[in-house]
Design a protein around this ligand. Structure first.
Ligand SMILES: [Ca+2]
Length: 477
């Protein structure tokens, strides 16, 4: 039991992520007939891609499906009979960047065709999902389909610090616009980095920056269509802020002197987490197509202290302390507070952590009745010294992850915790009808394919064994 609870405290275990970057960018993906795969050039211009049609062929038209943002503002098309000598058949001097681009070109008989981007609106180079070539003999037949390609270069896997700065800037600007209800402007800023850099971000560990961006795209896209949407079922989330931690914990067996932890709250962490809960609610609203969102309120528990931790374990290699809070470890008892918020659907308890500089790590944890004795409602517990804008804890994915434990609790047909813990983070364990590849994809599938069709996520008081066996392994009703 202890091992399971400790496992639960680490919300974002590595998932054995496949190399998602490699299959999605190679030049051959430009002629594979699949608009969800693309070739991406190395950053900068000029950049080119060519296709070998296999034999001299009469050509007079081409179509290109560009990725938004990563397109050339000027490009040329050349043809060749030998792959060495090229003649120009089309020059586009001012391309506006629409995603589908279809053009007649100078009729020519050639075996190779090459598209060269000359300049672009940014430094990301040119990405396209499909290059199609047509001739007069059979105007509808794409002569490039399945044909081999070569290219000037392909974007490297590595995400640079400048890329990350671009993403952080775009999120900061986009967020300001979003809060001002300029959802189109916000979405434009998010997409300006999401489209060219999203797949690179996705390959990073932890993927929290990718997920921060991805969920903002989701939210802004929803708000653009439903600017004034309010949840059909607004849920109440109460963030309880405990201002002090005063702990005396036993030391590890090798150094049994007590460990003292005395900390006050870092207010910047409160603000960062409050903003995170805003995005949790917005992304939840989008995820549930307007069904469920969270009304967040904050209550400071002045005079309260985290005075006890329920579980304490030491890892020998780093003398690292791991401990976990239960609401019962707060003094005085917060039971009257919980009772006063009898209509709350979820509590989020936030306290001064012990993270930096102490070789100690009081973990975060989530989920209801196991820890949150005294309430059968959702309860997330989180240390308040571990927040970083795109760090590991108190991120969007963390909120969704921990809340999903509640959903698992309420809708699964076995006792909690589930065995093995976090099995759903691994793609092979998903139900057969689920699509996607990553943890967030799993949540989308869960809500849209199971929980919403079943009861619209009405269940907010969590107990076990309430739905028939098999809800997770078979398509929902
Ligand atoms: Ca493709």
């Amino acid at each position: 039991m202890l091992a399971l609870l400790l496992a639960a405290a680490f919300p974002l275990l590595p998932t054995g992520d496949p190399d998602v970057s490699a299959p999605a960018r190679r030049p051959v993906q430009a002629t594979d007939g699949d608009r969800t795969t693309w070739w991406g050039s190395a950053p900068g211009f000029p950049a080119w891609i060519s296709v070998d049609l296999g034999a001299p062929t009469r050509l007079d038209r081409l179509a290109i499906d560009w990725e938004p943002v990563t397109y050339p503002t000027a490009y040329r098309v050349e043809a060749s009979a030998d792959g060495t000598h090229w003649c120009s058949v089309l020059h586009v001097a001012a391309w506006g960047g629409e995603t589908h681009d279809e053009r007649r070109m100078e009729p020519v008989t050639a075996r190779w065709l090459r598209v060269t981007g000359e300049a672009g609106p940014n430094h990301w180079g040119m990405w396209l999902s499909e290059l199609s070539v047509f001739g007069p003999a059979d105007p509808k037949r794409n002569l490039a389909a399945g044909r081999p390609t070569s290219a000037s270069g392909t974007i490297a896997r590595a995400l640079t610090p400048a890329d990350k700065a671009d993403v952080a800037d775009a999120i900061a600007i986009g967020d300001r616009l979003y809060h001002a209800h300029d959802f189109a402007g916000a979405l434009a800023h998010y997409r300006a980095v999401y489209n060219p850099l999203g797949w690179l971000l996705r390959a990073q560990e932890p993927r929290t920056m990718f997920e921060a961006l991805r969920l903002r795209v989701l939210s802004a896209d929803f708000r653009l269509r439903h600017p004034n949407a309010r949840a059909e079922r607004p849920r109440k989330l109460v963030m309880l802020v405990v201002p002090r931690t005063d702990l005396v914990l036993p030391g590890p067996p090798e150094a049994p002197a007590p460990i003292q932890v005395h900390r006050a709250l870092d207010e910047s962490q409160v603000a960062l987490t409050r903003e995170g809960l805003f995005w949790f609610s917005e992304s939840f609203l989008a995820l549930t197509d307007g069904r469920v969102g969270w009304d967040v309120s904050v209550e400071r528990l002045e005079g309260y202290t985290v005075a006890a931790q329920s579980r304490v374990v030491y890892t020998r290699d780093a003398y690292q302390l791991m401990a976990q809070l239960e609401p019962g470890g707060i003094s005085p008892s917060i039971q009257p507070v919980l009772d006063r918020h009898a209509d709350a659907d979820m509590f989020y308890i936030f306290w001064p952590g012990t993270h930096p500089g102490l070789q100690q790590h009081v973990t975060n944890g989530g989920s209801g009745t196991v820890w949150a004795k005294g309430t059968s409602r959702a309860c997330l517990l989180s240390e308040g010294d571990a927040c970083e804008p795109y760090g590991f804890y108190n991120t969007l994915t963390w909120f969704h992850h921990e809340f999903f434990h509640q959903v698992e609790f309420g809708y699964w047909d076995q006792d909690f915790p589930k065995e093995p813990m976090h099995a759903w983070q691994d793609r092979p364990n998903w139900p057969a009808d689920f699509v996607g590849e990553q943890e967030w994809d799993f949540y989308e599938n869960v809500y849209r394919r199971r929980v919403l069709p079943l009861d619209g996520l009405d269940r907010m008081t969590w107990s076990t064994g309430l739905y028939p066996r098999g809800i997770w392994s078979h398509p929902g009703p």
